[in-house]
Design a protein around this ligand. Structure first.
Ligand SMILES: Nc1nc2c(ncn2[C@@H]2O[C@H](COP(=O)(O)OP(=O)(O)OP(=O)(O)O)[C@@H](O)[C@H]2O)c(=O)[nH]1
Ligand SMILES: [Mg+2]
Length: 484
């Protein structure tokens, strides 16, 4: 039986939280923006760019509050939840804009931030009262953890069946072999022992790690904390593994029953609070999708990504909200699907990139729209690392991007050192997105990771300006109407 992602106690907590927000709303309303994306999809960069652009009034021609001159300014404020560290905005910005610009590391822990936005409202009553303020709350977390949300509605037997089926696919077999051997050496119905549980969990984690290194499938598989344990390293809730189905009732002191209990504990102790505290009360959502990486990896990866996004997004509470319902039950009423890192392609390919993204998230978007939420899709770069150019090859004009590939990136037998700038023609995206989902050869594309922009402009106040692609339009859709 599928279980709801929350229990009654959670629901009461969520409703009370919403009421507390509502009580504070006449003074300062709070908008919770969910930045959703699998690992390496660009969450940390998106949040850093958002904070920097709002703090410094960046170049955002498509963001109406700024262009209409109503945006007064922003500041970082203390977050009400003292238990979670603050998003390391200053460190991330320093990494990106320091002497030797570098991308921030993969996120290992959860963090959060609150921006207080001040603006001149153009609504009659609010305008007469002077300046208005809005709290914008955002949480950053390791993308791996997102894959855990669908586990909330899966029993141990269901999850085991899915995990074992996936592992037995042709390209997973060699990574899975040692784990398969570990399972065959153990009788799931024998007496439970910690040692056996640890052996299985270790072999399973090694398989998850090997799959992550394999570019052909999704970069990570659940449970997310196995590879990104945060504070839970070594805890019993992380010491389980999938097992083949057992006929009939299993003894409560069997290994199978022990691993089942630990799986349930993982859901209760780790996944449910993560969902309840950070995802159950969102107002807006941006779903970041690294479409190009999946295309590079081939049809199996594209199909995996589509399934993962559909399953994950089904866990969120989306739908139309009216102000009365919002008092106790918040819903995400706007969702922006974004193909990130659009600067890896020339702008002439952005329409096709958006078409592919729309095909990837079609089921998720349909479901959200049916619930009453507004959706949009966009190809964007939160930080633009390339510029555009044209080259001539064999008498043909090619639209290229110009940038510095990351050290170690390889193309046509050359390995780049992180210093040499190149002009790259990444190839043509297919006009028909459907072709990417059909089994067959991956499309021949050259996507390289680029160094962050090396020379940045400064604005009149001396602040660095982060170049971007359509980031202003994303902001307008996500928060613009709250700043009216
Ligand atoms: N060129 C370019 N690269 C980007 C952009 N955003 C992200 N990247 C690249 O993608 C990598 C991952 O971005 P992050 O923001 O760290 O991704 P994340 O979603 O926070 O990943 P996890 O923390 O692992 O969940 C970065 O190190 C960059 O190499 C962008 O706008 N342009
Ligand atoms: Mg991150």
């Amino acid at each position: 039986m599928p279980q709801p992602p929350t229990n009654i106690a959670d629901e009461i907590g969520i409703a009370l939280g919403n009421l507390a927000d509502a009580a504070a709303a006449p003074f300062t309303p709070t908008l919770r923006l969910g930045v959703t994306g699998l690992s390496r999809s660009g969450k940390t960069i998106f949040i850093t760019s958002l904070v920097h652009n709002l703090l410094t009034g960046g170049r955002l021609p498509g963001f109406a509050p700024l262009t209409e001159g109503r945006f007064i300014g922003a500041r970082l404020a203390e977050y009400p939840d003292a238990a979670v560290p603050r998003f390391a905005y200053e460190q991330h910005l320093e990494a990106l804009t320091g002497k030797t610009p570098a991308w921030p590391e993969s996120t290992k822990r959860i963090s959060q931030l609150r921006l207080v936005l001040k603006f001149q409202s153009n609504r009659f009553l609010a305008g007469a009262l002077g300046h208005s303020t809005l709290n914008l709350d955002i949480v950053d977390y390791p993308g791996e953890w997102l894959l855990d949300l669908p586990l909330l509605s899966l029993s141990y037997a269901e999850w085991s069946a899915q995990a074992l089926e996936r592992a037995q696919r042709p390209h997973s077999r060699h990574e899975y072999e040692p784990f398969l051997n570990a399972i065959s050496a153990i009788d799931p119905l024998q007496d439970a022992s910690d040692i056996d549980a640890e052996v299985l969990a270790r072999a399973f984690t090694a398989y998850l790690r090997a799959s992550r290194e394999d570019g052909r499938a999704l970069s990570t598989l659940p449970p997310g904390r196995f590879l990104m344990p945060g504070d839970l390293e070594g805890s019993p809730a992380l010491t389980f593994a999938p097992l083949p189905p057992q006929p009939g009732q299993v003894r409560t002191n069997s290994l199978y029953a022990m691993l089942e209990r630990r799986y349930e504990a993982y859901k209760q102790i780790v996944v449910r609070p993560f969902f309840r505290d950070h995802f159950a009360r969102l107002d807006r959502q941006i779903v970041l999708v690294d479409t190009l990486r999946a295309l590079n990896a081939g049809p199996a990866a594209v199909a995996d990504l589509e399934t993962a996004l559909t399953d994950i997004l089904a866990c969120f509470r989306q739908g139309d909200t009216n102000p009365f319902v919002r008092l106790i039950a918040r819903r995400i009423d706007r969702i922006l699907f974004a193909a990130t890192k659009a600067d890896h392609l020339h702008s002439t390919s952005h329409d096709r990139l958006e078409a592919i993204l729309m095909r990837l998230v079609a089921s998720a978007a349909r479901r959200a729209k049916f619930a009453g939420a507004e959706t949009r899709s966009l190809a964007l770069a939160a930080i633009r690392a390339t510029r555009e150019g044209t080259i001539e090859e064999a008498g043909e004009k090619l639209d290229v991007i110009i940038g510095t590939p990351m050290p170690g990136e390889k193309l046509d037998g050359a390995t780049y050192d992180g210093k040499k700038e190149i002009a790259l023609f990444p190839g043509d995206l297919p006009a028909n997105p459907e072709s990417l989902f059909e089994d067959g050869k991956p499309v021949a594309l050259n996507f390289l990771r680029f160094m962050p922009p090396q020379k940045l402009d400064r604005n009149a106040e001396g602040n660095t300006v982060l170049p971007h692609i359509r980031f202003d339009r994303a902001l307008e859709f996500l928060i613009g109407d709250w700043l009216r």
